[in-house]
Design a binder for this molecule. Sequence first.
Ligand code: CA
Length: 225
Amino acid sequence: MRVLLVEDSVALADSLCAVLKEAGYAVDWRADGRDALVLGEQEPYDLCVLDLGLPGLDGLEVLRRWRAGGLALPVLVLTARSNWAERVEGLRAGADDYLTKPFHPEELVLRLQGLSRRSHGHEPGKPLEARGLTLDETRQRVAAATGGASPVVLSATEFKLLRYFMLHPDQVLSKTRLAEHLYEYDSERDSNVIEVQVNHLRGKLGRGVIVTRRGQGYIFVGHGS
Ligand code: CA
């Protein structure tokens, strides 16, 4: 999952980048509202954390323009403490959730997990379940939804990949699309890495969990029927 983080406080952005990467998100950080506006329209982000007081272009204006242009990207707005008017304005402009500063980074991670589950039609307060598997996003491990066998521990890359698959079950996902959602803006996107990681997941979860469509990509079918 790729996150666009828009925050002009360098210290806060630094700490949030670290926490979000630790939680398995590929993070692109921008401090200026104009840069964020363009990047949000260009790149296929899964989530956005948007501060409102920004240089260049106000966060509310960035959000309004995205929504006016039909961009459905789930956006969590960061607002100043006790500024209820800002929260209301944010929601009115099309924010999906908000968090009041100061907050604990852990809370942001939990809110984003909930927001991404909700935006894919899952219950936000429950672990991500898809096709017979349950993903523990905090511990980065996966188990059969029916219980039974002990949870399987995943590497950081396996976790990112499986989460994306589980949010998009039964869809053909090309290597290019997977790479776009797992790697940051300026990273080398080597689609061979995807192939290797898919094979790791098959080794841990069973060969049939991810089906190859030759020349097209992969389909996550999970353990369910
Ligand atoms: Ca600010």
